[in-house]
Design a protein around this ligand. Structure first.
Ligand SMILES: Cc1cc2nc3c(=O)[nH]c(=O)nc-3n(C[C@H](O)[C@H](O)[C@H](O)COP(=O)(O)OP(=O)(O)OC[C@H]3O[C@@H](n4cnc5c(N)ncnc54)[C@H](O)[C@@H]3O)c2cc1C
Length: 366
């Protein structure tokens, strides 16, 4: 790697990891992020009714995901790790008959969560990066709109017309989002655009709700909080309580929506009512009055989902594409982000770190 500046687009876990590794070796870089915050699909907003954070994007990593585990450990976050609550019976709600108790196969037992939400991981990475490389190394609220290969550098521009020069660029974001939001000069070939547009963005078409209660009424009756429902609107539900729930006096369930993006309402009050009705149907009157519902429709977020993601794939993507060799870009435009990870962790947080490591290897060897 020469000592020239590297541009990284996207401060999700993948771009943050790349920036962190470059900061550790003193390699100049700038990390561009369109949002006011870092973390991307990892997002753990503070509840308004409690001082706890709840994951509205990913919640889990799994034992054996060596890259997440070693990053958590390196950042000194091991004491935040706890196991997904899964004690007690699961429930199954068929479309047209009685709810059944104790139906197996839907537990997330053994999966790992982080106290404070998974955002503890990305917030710590952000802090480490700015400690090592300075506040200016991360440009928030900077939506990159064009990248152009010049004689001696790559020109990066944002939607407000501000510009920066870098030697190489790492695109740590879903390819469909990049195709939608960024103009490439030289243009990517039609064939390459077709190939990239087929790379589905994991979970982009989904919506998630976290429902907060003062008491864990499901735990009190030996239910785990795991539910599969064929009636909806939530199709898959799990316990989302923070680790220190007993002290915080705030417990949670979370669920993914079964309803396809086009049929989901924008009316939060209506969505809240639908959710409360479903949970009351399942658990009885204890569930009728949540203290708060946090809701995020990821399909409506253009920094995650494109038009093509409005149709949810029915299986986990297994993307295999060459993310390093872009025609006409002299090996200076590098795709990263979980969608570019090779192997079966593609789409997961583990895949985002694997992709970052592959990009760093590529940069190292050039
Ligand atoms: C609801 C949900 C549940 C999930 N559950 C799990 C789970 O339990 N476990 C798991 O392992 N994975 C899960 N995932 C997937 C996981 O979130 C992703 O694999 C991972 O967070 C992807 O990280 P990334 O850095 O590759 O991409 P992203 O997090 O998407 O980061 C890309 C970044 O690029 C930014 N960006 C986009 N366009 C521009 C632009 N033009 N200019 C500047 N910045 C831009 C975005 O704002 C974003 O910050 C889930 C995802 C969702 C949405």
């Amino acid at each position: 790697m020469n000592n020239k500046r590297i541009g990284i687009v996207g401060a999700g876990i993948s771009g943050l990891h790349t920036a962190y590794e470059l900061a550790k070796i003193g390699q100049p870089f700038i990390l561009f992020e369109a949002r006011k915050r870092t973390g991307g699909r990892i997002s753990s907003p503070l509840a308004t009714s409690s001082s706890a954070r709840f994951d509205i994007g990913p919640s889990w990593f799994w034992p054996g995901q060596a890259n997440v585990e070693s990053l958590v450990s390196e950042l000194g976050l091991n004491e935040l790790v706890f196991e997904q609550y899964a004690s007690g019976d699961a429930l199954y709600e068929p479309i047209d008959s009685q709810i059944r108790r104790g139906v197996g196969g839907i537990s997330m037992a053994g999966s790992k969560r982080l106290n404070g939400g998974l955002q503890s991981l990305t917030d710590t990475l952000r802090q480490k990066i700015t400690d090592l490389a300075g506040e200016d190394s991360i440009k928030l609220s900077t939506r990159v709109s064009s990248v152009s290969l010049g004689e001696s550098s790559i020109d990066i521009k944002d939607v407000n017309g501000a510009g920066w020069q870098c030697d190489k660029i790492v695109l740590a974001l879903p390819p469909r989002v990049a195709l939608n939001l960024i103009t490439f000069n030289p243009a990517l070939s039609d064939e390459r655009q077709r190939q990239l547009s087929q790379v589905a963005t994991w979970m982009a078409g989904h919506a998630k709700a976290v429902i907060l209660y003062k008491t864990p009424f499901w735990r009190n009756t030996n239910l785990s909080g795991d539910i599969i429902s064929h009636r909806g609107p939530l199709s898959e539900i799990h316990d989302a309580s923070p680790f220190e729930a007993a002290n915080l006096d705030c417990y949670g369930l979370f669920g993914f929506f079964a309803t396809p993006p086009a049929y989901r309402s924008d009316d939060k009050a209506k969505v809240d009512t639908q959710i409360a009705n479903q949970l009351t149907r399942i658990f009885g009157p204890d569930a009728a009055s949540p203290i708060e519902i946090i809701y995020k429709d990821w399909a409506k977020d253009d920094l995650v989902a494109s038009q093509l993601d409005q149709k949810i794939p029915n299986h986990h993507p297994s993307n295999h594409w060459d993310s390093k060799l872009e025609d006409d870009w002299q090996e200076r435009l590098i795709w990263s982000g979980t969608e570019s990870a090779d192997g079966h962790y593609n789409g997961y947080i583990e895949g985002a770190i694997i992709a970052s490591k592959a990009s760093l290897n590529f940069l190292q060897n050039r």
